[in-house]
Write a protein that binds this ligand. Structure first.
Ligand code: GTP
Ligand code: MG
Length: 332
């Protein structure tokens, strides 16, 4: 996303860039192994990104307690004894207002095209009331039915359910709503139920050689993932509506092989001057804190020290304009 300066950024290779050797090696996989793509879908905040990270065993997608954190599709690859699953994390489906929100919902529903299976993630209902399907789930299930895609339902956050038998009527309620291939209670945060969930998904995938080379975890570049980690800190630090007015663009990426580190210049884009003041904070304290926490996350991601230089820029009403959102990386 963002600027054209790409020196020093190591892209994580995409499927199309795999060498012929990779492909022929892949074709020699053990008979009976499966390979396929699975879209992770659901309302905002149900834990889709947490689940992706838990399954692949690495933090690829950013997570926050605020809804609508994820804005782009992000691939995460699971390799196991049964084969390979290429998961696609997606933004939460919601009633979209404005160009950015429309992009997010299109990004989610557009992921249905061409996947072998879908994983619909929901939360247990807040009270013991009967399961009621909301418009987001209805929209997703309708699109999946039209596409003829098999669906596994994951009821996430079961660690918050103290009375486990109360899950039975919830499972039954969902069973009556749609013809799921399987219904699996999980805790994406704790990892419980996740292995069983992956097993159910494998049953829906065709046999075949892996789609991605074994050492490829995602289709995203380090540059994209670093920008996301900065955006995650904005979601965690800023209150109310302000995170929704922010975007992060990497302006420059300088590898320093002599020091084995990287210097990254990034702009935090907001919509108004008043928002810029809040992001900076009194005496620059807010941006300093955001930078310190993001730096730690980016260094972990890159496995080498990262130095961040953050700037705040104003792009009036950027979330409302298709051209502006595209310029900030929200296009396909
Ligand atoms: N207790 C509990 N919390 C969870 C679990 N999974 C996710 N969460 C929390 O739920 C919140 C949302 O998680 P995300 O993974 O960002 O949810 P998402 O569905 O990707 O959200 P969007 O990207 O906004 O659509 C975060 O605060 C997570 O820590 C879980 O299994 N148990
Ligand atoms: Mg997410």
């Amino acid at each position: 996303m963002g600027s054209e300066i790409d020196e020093g950024t190591e892209p994580v290779p995409t499927t199309d860039e795999r060498s012929a050797a990779d492909r022929s090696n892949a074709a020699e996989t053990v008979a009976g192994m499966v390979a396929g793509t699975v879209a992770i879908l659901g309302r905002p905040n149900v834990g889709k990104s947490t689940l992706l990270n838990q399954i692949v065993g690495q933090k690829l997608a950013i997570v926050s307690p605020k809804p609508q954190t994820t804005r782009n599709r992000i691939v995460g690859v699971w390799n196991g004894p049964a084969g390979q699953i290429v998961f696609v994390d997606t933004p939460g489906v919601h009633s979209a207002r404005g160009a950015l929100n429309r992009f997010m919902v299109d990004e989610a529903l557009g992921a249905i095209e061409g996947v072998d299976a879908a994983l619909l993630v929901v939360e247990p209902p807040q009270s013991s009331a009967a399961v009621k399907i909301a418009s987001a789930e209805r929209q997703i299930l309708d699109a999946l039915r039209t596409a003829g895609t098999p669906v596994v339902l994951a009821i996430n956050k079961v660690d918050t359910v103290k009375d486990k038998p109360s899950l039975f009527p919830i499972l039954k309620g969902w069973e009556e709503i749609s013809n799921f291939s399987a219904l699996v209670p999980v805790s994406a945060r704790k990892g419980s139920g996740v292995a069983g969930l992956v097993k159910e998904l494998c049953k829906l995938l065709p046999p075949g050689p892996p789609l991605y080379a074994a050492d490829m975890l995602t289709d995203r570049t380090e540059r994209f993932l670093a920008a996301e980690l900065i955006r995650e800190q904005l979601f965690l630090s800023l209150r109310q509506e302000l995170p929704y007015a922010t975007a992060v663009v990497i302006d420059n990426w300088e590898e320093r092989p002599d020091k084995n580190d990287v210097v990254i210049d990034a702009s935090i884009v907001v919509e108004r001057d008043s928002q810029k003041s809040i992001v900076l904070g009194k005496g620059g304290t807010m941006i300093k804190d955001i930078g310190t926490r993001a730096r730690a996350e980016v260094s972990t991601l890159l496995d080498r020290p990262a130095h961040l230089r953050l700037f705040v820029k104003v792009a009036p009403e950027w979330t409302s304009s298709p051209q502006s959102i595209a310029r900030l990386g929200y296009d396909r």
